[in-house]
Design a protein around this ligand. Sequence first.
Ligand code: ZN
Ligand code: FE
Length: 255
Amino acid sequence: MTLAITALRVFNDNYAYLLTDRETQSAATIDPGQAGPVIKALEKKNLELTHILLTHHHYDHTGGAEELKKVYPAAKIALHKDDVSHLELKPALKLKDGDSIDFAGTTIKTIHLPCHTRGHVAFRIEDHLFTGDTLFNAGCGKFFEGTAAEMLTNLQQLKSLPPATRIYCGHEYTVENLAYAHRADPDNRKVQNRLQNSRKAQAAGNFMVPSTLAVELQTNPFLRLDDKNLTRQLKTDNQLATLIALYKIYYNVSP
Ligand code: ZN
Ligand code: FE
């Protein structure tokens, strides 16, 4: 892959991403909640923006798209068809599950994960996965427009990807999430170690993306719904019940 992937911080805790193809000097952005940091990065490297990829309709992921489109009119906006009605934007690409987007000769695959919003998607480029607000480091997004059963299906789908898959999430919630994970699964040493390390990374101001699916499988309770220690702690006997019990711990409400 000739692509380079850069994470950009937008708002307080959002990650936007820049994909750069060195050969053609073209770039794509994923979830530009704000245009400023993206434009700055593009201008610094003299890149032409060709795609604006949106995982879902929420403002903190889409807020910069309109301004970017003004500065780079050739850029194609891509959003799942079920989220289009929420925005004023007119996406050139109305996505559905399995759609491929060609970016400078690289294929970007669309994985529909309805729940956080009806049209939430993840974008997959080889072993790189951009998960928006569905899967976070050690956590999972809110079920704003879907059910726990739908999120369970999404999580099972993501779990089946190769463990080496790099995970680029939409928010920096690693430390808070690991604190909840530790509360749910107090005997998990891998969670404890990751919590310690991520506190250090946070104090140093380091970005904590990408994670890997292998790390998430060990420390993200939402991907460990049939783990014996976790279900014993939560007193649950099936994955859906475990998911709902975890959601209450993380978000203090029933889904
Ligand atoms: Zn969101
Ligand atoms: Fe968000």
